[in-house]
Design a protein around this ligand. Sequence first.
Ligand code: HEC
Length: 147
Amino acid sequence: MTTNKKLLGGVGTAMFTLLLSSQLLAHGDVTPQSVDTAALESLGEDWLDANPYGTDHADHAKAVEIGASAYNQNCARCHGLEGISGGIAPDLRMLEPGIDGDEWYQYRVVNGAVRDGRVYMPKMADYLSQEALWAIRAWLETKYVEQ
Ligand code: HEC
């Protein structure tokens, strides 16, 4: 009985997620939500190669907090709420921690992903500041799961 309930609960959640993602997919265009990064150290115009708001930065905790909501507002509709991918786009919790992951992260948010003229991922750096995007990366690293 208990097992059955759990099973049904799981199916319910899966259906909900499916419903949610198909609704979100219907809105393919970018409607970026502005992110308030006034509490974070400013980084200037030029892109840094590594996340400045790492665990040893004074603003790390603030960056994680800002990054969590910035992610859910700007990335989750493709990459999944809380970073848990529903299969539309890669699961960003699996990005390598540290500089290697940072470089790939930076490359993708700056360049987006375009294949055969189709935009799979918009150039998010056109819509969000470097501060906001590194804050998202700082949050993602707290959610890291090994592949
Ligand atoms: C419109 C959907 C969409 C949105 C919005 C979006 N992405 Fe993506 N993203 C994708 C897709 C699809 C891919 C896979 C591209 C490919 O396979 O070439 C991807 C790939 C990535 C990758 C590379 C992951 C890997 O494992 O190779 C990173 C990093 C990334 N996105 C970060 C972000 C961040 C951060 C945001 C929000 C600021 C965001 N994306 C918003 C669709 C999206």
